[in-house]
Design a protein around this ligand. Sequence first.
Ligand SMILES: Nc1ncnc2c1ncn2[C@@H]1O[C@H](COP(=O)(O)OP(=O)(O)O)[C@@H](O)[C@H]1O
Ligand SMILES: [Mg+2]
Length: 367
Amino acid sequence: MARLHLDKVHKRYGNVTVLHDVSIDLEDGEFLVLVGPSGCGKSTLMNMIAGLDEPSGGRVSLDGRDITDLAPADRDISMVFQSYALYPNMTVEQNIAFPLRMRKVAREERTRRVREVASTLQLDHLLGRKPRQLSGGQRQRVAIGRALAREPRLYLFDEPLSNLDAQLRLDMRTEIKRLHQSLRATIVYVTHDQIEAMTLATRIAVLRDGVVQQIGTPHEVYHQPQNTFVAGFMGSPRMNLLRATVSSGEGGPWLQFGGGAQLALPCADAALRRRSSDEVIVGVRAEAIALQRNGVVPLGRHAALQARVEVVEPTGADILAVLDIGGQEITARLDPEETLHAGQIVALCFDLGRVVLFDARSQQRLA
Ligand SMILES: Nc1ncnc2c1ncn2[C@@H]1O[C@H](COP(=O)(O)OP(=O)(O)O)[C@@H](O)[C@H]1O
Ligand SMILES: [Mg+2]
């Protein structure tokens, strides 16, 4: 059991504030991923939870107990870092057992836990080796094993896959997800990689300059970003963000993109109708865009507008097309069978049910 409660956690170094009143509630068994660009305060927040650094304000509690002033060793929390920090002179078995020895866990129990962890992480055949005789991925598994053996209330992972090569990262990502499913452990996981965040998390907290921008399920953060920062940060390709002016008219309101490009929003709510002549940012995911074929608009809440093909990038599974709409660029994920060439004029359909509007000034999502 572990419920984590962060209440207005604040951190200053001198007169620089790196965390601004971060409040997060984590239920038992959740996998929270803290994601944000390098330097946004992710590690600082993890260190506050682990007790490796002191907050300048705010409280941290675990299962209803205030642990803000407890030493790291008394928190019942295990942390896995980007650098594996294994003891070079100890075998894999000794490395995994080390925290148990420090806690004076009896030998039999120690052996039982090490065996169990080794089997979970497929390290059985490596127990006698020293870290230098292991690959990067194996070392990272040992570091994770050392955290597991302690059977803590809460696991913290700080960019644990960043030192691994691309294929190994994907494999380890799957393993970590599998581990969470089988242990039902409560995990806080830090990454700057938004794909890792999407694939692993039960909930994502997006951090920017020490301020939480949004906390939500991967689906919410991806489809209903709170602001243009989250929209631009999550997803690959990132959400297209187009400047537009709202105008009223037949079958509207209309969004004017400039250069004569315009889009009617037949289903728009009354709030948008009142925004006539306001500047908005139109957010649309690459996969919510399709080509209009022979004047036929695909079924659903779609609307079409003209665009010029700039660049065509086949990925195998699909085509990423960069297109120009009235001087603004967008990326569309299209069927791999489409034959497109640069300079071609096409009619694009936006799935209006998946279009998100933001206020141009505040950059916040319009309700
Ligand atoms: N001990 C410190 N003294 C001063 N500034 C620090 C210290 N530790 C971290 N910072 C600053 O705090 C900010 C957040 O750092 P960090 O939490 O490591 O970011 P992240 O893990 O998101 O990359 C950075 O601007 C960093 O320079
Ligand atoms: Mg960091």
